[in-house]
Design a binder for this molecule. Sequence first.
Ligand SMILES: Nc1nc2c(c(=O)[nH]1)N[C@H]1C(S)=C(S)[C@@H](COP(=O)(O)O)O[C@H]1N2
Ligand SMILES: [Mo]
Length: 347
Amino acid sequence: MEKKIRVMSEKPLNAETPIEYLRSWITPNAVFFKRNQGEIMKEPIDLSQWELIIEGEVEKSVRFSFEQIIRMPKAIVSNTLECSGNGRSLLEEKASGNPWTIGGVGNAVWGGVWLRDLLEKAGLKEEAKHIAFEGLDKPLGSAGIKFVRSIPIDKAMSSTLLAYEMNGEPLPLEHGYPLRALALGWTGANCVKWLYKITVLDHPFEGFYMDNAYRVHQKGEDPKSGEVVKRIKLKSIITQPLPGETLEAGPVTILGAAYAGEVDVERVEVSVDNGKSWEVAELIGPHEPFGWRQWQYVWEVKRSGDFTIMARATDTKGGEQPMNAQWNVLGYGNNGIKEHSITVHIK
Ligand SMILES: Nc1nc2c(c(=O)[nH]1)N[C@H]1C(S)=C(S)[C@@H](COP(=O)(O)O)O[C@H]1N2
Ligand SMILES: [Mo]
């Protein structure tokens, strides 16, 4: 059976993973969500034409061919990637942007090199504070603004991967072939695809995608005054049953995924009575840093009717998922328990 993704827009390509495919620890590349601001090249770039440039506040500018990169020590890590706007359409008060439900997230095993290994080859100057990434995609729209993003030096040196492999395949074209940044545990906006230039700066990069988009702000506030989206927030999603599904009474295995970005998920609890009582779910499947946890809870349903199911996660640092999301103009970081609840009908 051909795997189908839910396309929200073709140009640029924005598509989310259908809920059924979020039940696996690994999200298959074919249905892994795709989020783009610009136009993707039609053909993968010829690797002999590709180079990675590192310049700016460095001792010496350096260039790496793809061959040089794959000869370097390899890192293999799991990482759950989530778009900052994931869950936006579930907010009670509408927020502008792509109408993601819960499928603007996926977990993959990535192969690549640590960004710090490359930065060390260039040699960082004392002024080095932020690392800006630029990709080869073409901007859409008359303003012609490129998707350039920067991350703080600490994140770049501690836990940022440059990935050339995704779930055992060369990085697919839509996901940034041949190389992408992955600020592990941070939202997708910090993970520039089709990477070709890294600029070391003494300040955060200034531009539309840093100062206007990807800022958490309220109506009437200057976007610039809002916080930049960085860490993925603690969240639990329900992946089985589907919202609105009709089921027979008897045992029902409720499945879901919980993730906390840089932090580990400690516990997931489930309520089948709209939040009145809670039971602990079982965490199942692989357990890796930056990767999500799959969980299950077997619900013994004895009577018919409509039931609202909720899941709530706790992280190992004592963080708890909020009952309701904090609304903001662009609907970023929706991790509300209520917003992610589902209702099912028992026959
Ligand atoms: N060059 C480039 N990188 C980009 C983007 C983009 O538009 N251009 N979109 C970002 C956003 S907002 C997200 S959520 C992730 C999505 O990654 P994916 O399409 O591989 O799932 O890529 C990020 N990297
Ligand atoms: Mo995103």
